[in-house]
Design a protein around this ligand. Structure first.
Ligand code: MN
Ligand code: MN
Length: 458
């Protein structure tokens, strides 16, 4: 091939023994993180604990920040801001931002969930984020979440992760009786109101009252016994069903990892570990673990919340400048996953402009749908800056779009940060089976992403 032509690099093809060792070791820490942080609350708590260990202290509004400060802002336990104040000139350099998200598509319980049907206790659900509903039937599900109690305390729930725990599930038809369901379009095979969770089957039998013989009553009694809660407490709860299985290596060569919720914790983990591991202290760095990305970055824990600019305001007042002046000089990596090219489904991707597994960190200049609608289309100059930065630092990277032009599309937090007058681009790990209960990524891409973040904040 001509030396003038562009060619992607397969990380595993060029990695020496040292790099291979680093890739595989780094993946072990990541697997621990995703197994322990299956919801935004759990991922946030994990990162807060790691931040404290790295010497970060709680941020306080109105308290001046100075060079060398390391602070964190835990926003309602679901959204985390980590700020390392650099010794360099914030007025000249702005800040380096890495923004990822820690919420993942899942099945939430409704506020009044429990009912009984023909001797079976079920829970009604309302799914969160973009899921293909049929993928969530007939797999073991764990219940994770928090109940806010009347005394002002909260109760954390996690059932289905310990080997001795029971799990939950959504049933599907047996092939013998699925003739009618089989001819439905895939998207209609199982409806939103069909995602009902099997919760119990033993009826409660009252000593003297025939009509109390219900499985729902038994279920409520178990919940009361175990957690001290009643049915009304569930009105004030955020409870989610997530896949009960743990992260696993895939393939005989263990090149890949299968797990629930790589999107987008596969970018969150490199973001905060790069911050903690990087010892250079020139740049001011902000790492954001956002919530609500999967439903449009809305609300006070999502990326559209004013907290982002409020925190930059605090930096500005600490250093005698304005939020606007800092943002104008800042740069942001919107760290989010992209669709990996899947040789099993080549029709939805355009081969030259797809991100390939094990070919490094994937830059996505624009997301959006059709004519780039709804996308932050990053400036060529910013891509050029990163190209040089990554090449100079030996980071293996590639570019890729989210599928063929007219096939579909998607979005990330990038546009909300770019709208704040910050140079922003999407970069992340290519994912196979995105938004399914068992997504697949490459360990090599995970590690190259980490190296890219290190280079960016150095
Ligand atoms: Mn994402
Ligand atoms: Mn997503």
């Amino acid at each position: 091939m001509s030396e003038l032509a562009y060619k992607r690099t397969n990380v595993y093809e060029v990695a020496d023994e040292k790099l291979m060792k680093e890739i595989f070791e780094y993946a072990e820490g990541y697997k621990t993180f995703i197994d322990e942080g299956k919801t935004e609350r759990e991922a946030c708590a994990f990162a807060v604990a790691a931040a404290k260990e790295a010497g970060y202290v709680p941020f306080e509004f109105g308290k001046k920040l100075k060079a060398g400060d390391k602070v964190y802002y835990d926003n309602r336990g679901k959204n985390l801001y980590l700020i390392k104040v650099g010794k360099g000139d914030i007025k000249k350099d702005g800040i380096r931002i890495i923004a990822s998200h820690i919420d993942s598509p899942r099945i939430d319980l409704k506020q009044v969930p429990f009912y009984e049907s023909d001797g079976v206790a079920f829970a009604k659900t309302h799914y969160y984020g973009g899921i293909r509903k049929y993928q969530w039937a007939t797999i073991p599900l764990a219940l994770h979440g928090t109940i806010a109690l009347t005394d002002g305390t909260t109760l954390d729930v996690k059932i289905g992760e310990d080997d001795s725990d029971p799990v939950f599930c959504i049933s599907d038809l047996l092939p013998h009786l699925a003739a009618k369901q089989n001819v439905k379009p895939l998207g209609e095979a199982i409806g939103g109101e069909d995602l009902n969770i099997w919760f119990g089957n033993i009826p409660f039998v009252a000593a003297d009252n025939e009509k109390d013989k219900t499985v729902k009553e038994n279920l409520l009694r178990i919940l009361h016994e175990k957690y001290g809660v009643n049915e009304e407490d569930f009105l004030c709860a955020e409870l989610s069903l997530v896949p009960a299985f743990k992260a696993k290596d895939i393939g005989l060569d263990r090149a890949l990892i299968g797990a629930y919720g790589h999107d987008d914790r596969v970018c969150s983990y490199p973001a905060f570990t790069a911050l903690f591991d990087e010892t250079s202290d020139d740049k001011t760095v902000m790492v954001i673990l956002a919530d609500k990305e999967e439903i449009g970055s809305e609300g006070n824990t999502g990326m559209q919340c004013a907290l982002f600019t409020d925190l930059i305001d605090e930096l500005a007042s600490s250093f005698g400048t304005t939020s606007g002046a800092i943002r104008a000089k800042s740069m942001c990596l919107s760290a989010d996953v992209n669709a990996g090219y899947d040789p099993n489904y080549p029709d939805v991707c355009e081969k030259m402009n797809s991100a390939y597994l094990s070919h490094g960190a994937g830059i996505t200049k624009f997301t959006g749908a059709r004519g780039k609608s709804g996308s932050n289309d990053a400036n060529a100059e910013f891509v050029g800056y990163l190209r040089k930065l990554f090449n100079d630092n030996g980071v293996i990277w590639q570019t890729g779009e989210m599928g063929k032009v007219d096939v579909g599309g998607g979005g990330t937090v990038a546009k909300y940060i770019a709208n704040m007058n910050v140079d922003t681009i999407d970069i992340g790990v290519p994912v196979i089976s995105m938004h399914s209960p068992f997504e697949v990524i490459s360990k090599a891409d995970l590690y190259e992403n980490y190296l890219a973040f290190r280079a960016f904040i150095k």
